[in-house]
Design a protein. Structure first.
Length: 113
């Protein structure tokens, strides 16, 4: 069980902004998850992995693939209070769900560094 956050790499956000956006994605997807899945994920240590999409187009491709599954997903739109214009799409939360289901969609993405 794991949760994936896919962050746009083209926005050049500060580390703090990236952390805040990842938290929005994590909680947004978590709130959409089934209680049974949440309990299993929590019992396995709540694994989270942050990956990168090169740009908005790649993020939307991942979003569409994810949307076609039964996994919880959450697309983050920034509020525009700090670094980005309002409604900028920054990242996508996928899961928690089974590793195999998530890996079918995200296996080719690189870690965000």
């Amino acid at each position: 069980m794991k949760q994936i956050i896919v962050m746009r790499a083209d926005l050049k956000m500060s580390r703090g902004k990236i952390a805040a956006q990842a938290c929005h994605a994590c909680l947004g997807a978590y709130k959409k998850a089934d209680d049974r899945i949440i309990k299993r994920w929590e019992s396995e240590g709540e694994k989270k992995v942050v990956l990168k999409a090169n740009d908005l187009e790649e993020l939307f491709e991942i979003y569409e693939l994810s949307k076609a599954t039964n996994m919880p997903i959450y697309l983050v739109h920034d509020a525009g209070h700090t670094e980005l214009p309002r409604s900028t799409i920054t990242c996508l939360g996928i899961g928690p769900d089974e590793d195999e289901k998530i890996d079918k969609i995200t296996q080719d993405l690189k870690l965000l560094k």
